[in-house]
Design a protein around this ligand. Structure first.
Ligand SMILES: [Fe+2]
Length: 238
């Protein structure tokens, strides 16, 4: 039997359930490569279906459409920003994380870290994390996020998870720096980007359209935010 990764061909009968075996193994192999890339290269981008179902993503989009937006001009480390932010969970220096816009926040938290997605994240990282800070970022013409480290917002942030909810925008490129060398990614709609939080990054100016992302941070610290650098009262973004 010949099995090709991109064009899997089976006989009419599949007595050993090879199709499911192949899917499971492909998922496991992809998960293994994602965490390898994140640890070694700092970042990876992948299809949301590795973590969430179509239904969950559709519900996330519905909830995000309802959250009130505020304009943010300065980030946690005093870097310049210009974007609109919808808040679900805040994480302020000296405090434990807390929900805002509670009804919407509860709904979205029930999806982001339900038993299934928790298991998927746990399979990915081979470890368990909690979510700290959850926000929607809406970036329109001339919006940008300045150069920053997520660990300035909270030194205990390990990973930044970005669900990319739109593709109808120009520029707005996520750019990160490894050993001062810039790298850029332009994620597809409904993909997920995960990066380490100790990597310098920015989002370049959006030229047109709307760049919409749901962003949250994974950490092992369940206690207070120990940031000494957060200056702008939880204004930071992606
Ligand atoms: Fe960031």
């Amino acid at each position: 039997m010949t099995i090709l990764r991109d064009n899997i061909v089976y006989g009419k009968s599949d007595p050993f359930n090879m199709e499911q075996w192949s899917k499971n193994n492909f998922k496991e192999e992809r998960m293994h490569n994602i965490i390898k890339n994140i640890k070694n290269k700092g970042i990876d981008n992948f299809d949301y279906q590795l973590i969430y179902t179509d239904n969950e993503i559709n519900n996330i989009i519905k909830i995000c459409k309802e959250v009130p937006l505020e304009r943010v001009m300065i980030g946690d480390a005093s870097e310049k920003n210009d974007l609109f932010v919808g808040r679900f969970m805040n994480d302020i220096a000296g405090q434990k994380p807390f929900l805002v816009n509670n009804e919407l926040a509860n709904s979205i938290m029930n999806i982001l870290l339900n038993n299934k997605s928790k298991k998927n994240f746990s399979n990915l990282f081979k470890d368990n994390y909690i979510i700290r800070r959850v926000q929607l970022n809406s970036m329109r013409k001339n919006s940008f996020i300045g150069l920053h480290l997520d660990t300035d917002s909270n030194p205990d942030y390990d990973y930044n998870v970005i669900i990319n909810l739109s593709c109808n925008y120009e520029s707005g490129i996520f750019t990160y720096y490894i050993n001062n060398i810039p790298y850029s990614i332009r994620p597809k709609k409904n993909s997920i980007t995960i990066s380490r939080c100790d990597i310098l990054h920015e989002v370049k100016k959006v030229e047109s359209g709307e760049r919409i992302t749901l962003v949250f941070f994974l950490s092992k610290n369940t206690g207070i935010n120990q940031s000494k650098k957060q200056k702008a009262n939880y204004a930071n973004a992606e």
